[in-house]
Design a protein around this ligand. Structure first.
Ligand code: KG4
Ligand code: ZN
Length: 345
């Protein structure tokens, strides 16, 4: 349960951000919400690659091995000691429970031992805040698009950064679809960056695939049928599975995902009357999505914000950023704060 406390007024506020909601162990030091002093990410891709996806039990064990090392490195790189940290901000939802518990456990231990205020934050909200790290002046109202391995959602954000969800995926998330197709084609894990790269050598018009729910009249997405359509096409025409056809196959798949995301996001902005869109989450690193969104934004007089690639992927700087703004409002948490797999904002 969040509590409201009076927080210290100082010139510089240093927040230690901790992020372990999925498979990356991350810690960062952020000054005054938007200045990144350090941003350490320990990836687990190599470990999960052989399974073709994240194995939750393996992820949490690796977090346990890495969390102290990563936090120490973040402090060292920032040239700070725990004595100088004003608040610890940690992702406590949504995510894999075993993974979240490691970050939250570490945050609670430091908070208790060093008497530093604790702030629990929502991973999706932190993704939206990642845009502030490069554009500190962004104010509401705007539309938020979060596209990651676990989520594909649209949010309306008002001038007080109050967030309401207006759409979500009814089945797979966009990143999940990329990962599943890459696994099906034996391309490796995580699928998104691999498909992004391979697509540059392919013809995205070569294979006709559906654009699920593109005209559904709501702001929801669906990517499971697209994945099934591609698999069905390869079963009907096994030549498509030859290595030389892979770039065409994945480029066509990527274009279908991008078309749906861009069309629905731009339509949502127009229908809700906002002229700015903030994009974030791992899939926001996709080069074709970035390109199309920027193009369609310009055509429709809508300003598109997308963070640099390293801030689209999971990181703790965004957690430190959101933590700072909660700290300013005195929104601190008790040591009994729990973790949750639910995404409610
Ligand atoms: O936000 P994130 O790092 O973790 C979650 O919160 O899920 O997103 C990870 C997802 C994975 O599904 C990965 O395949 C996808 O983002 N991804 C991409 C790209 N880079 C990462 N998808 C498409 N194109 C990319 N370049
Ligand atoms: Zn994420």
């Amino acid at each position: 349960m969040s509590k409201q406390l009076r927080t210290q007024k100082k010139d510089n506020i240093y927040v230690l951000g901790i992020e372990t909601s999925c498979d990356d162990t991350c810690a960062a030091i952020v000054r005054n919400g938007t200045e990144i002093l350090s941003n350490v990410v320990s990836l687990q891709n190599e470990i999960h690659r052989k399974y073709g996806g994240i194995v939750p039990e393996v992820a949490s064990r690796r977090h346990i091995e890495m969390i102290d090392i990563v936090i120490r490195e973040a402090l060292e790189k920032a040239g700070k000691s725990l004595k100088e940290i004003d608040a610890i901000s940690v992702t406590n939802r949504p995510g894999l429970i075993g993974s979240l518990l490691v970050g939250v456990g570490a945050a609670k231990a430091i908070s208790y031992a060093k008497d530093i205020p604790l702030i629990a934050v929502n991973h999706l909200e932190a993704h939206l805040y990642s845009n502030l790290l490069e554009n500190p002046g962004i104010k509401g109202d705007f539309l938020g698009l979060i596209v990651s391995g676990g989520h594909s959602s649209l949010y309306l954000v008002d001038d007080g950064w109050n967030i309401s969800e207006i759409g979500h995926t009814v089945d797979d998330a966009a990143g999940e679809a990329f990962d599943k197709i890459a696994r099906y084609l034996g391309l490796g894990y995580p699928g998104g960056p691999i498909i992004d790269k391979l697509s540059r050598e392919g013809n995205e018009q070569s294979i006709d695939l559906p654009r699920p729910m593109i005209d559904s009249g709501d702001f929801n997405f669906s990517f499971s049928g697209l994945k099934t359509a591609l698999i069905y096409r390869t079963k009907k025409n096994s030549e498509l599975l030859e290595e030389s056809n892979t770039p065409d196959l994945v480029a066509s798949f990527q274009k279908a995902v991008v078309d749906v995301l861009v069309h629905k996001t731009i339509s949502a902005a127009k229908e809700t009357g906002v002229d700015r869109i903030l994009v974030s989450g791992g899939v926001a690193a996709n080069s074709r999505l970035r390109e199309e969104l920027l193009k369609k934004g310009e055509e429709n007089n809508i300003r598109i914000y997308i963070p640099s690639l390293y801030l689209c992927m999971d990181n703790a700087a965004m957690v430190g950023c959101l933590g700072y703004f909660k700290y300013l409002r005195g929104l601190l948490d008790d040591l009994d704060v729990d973790v949750s797999s639910r995404s409610d904002l």
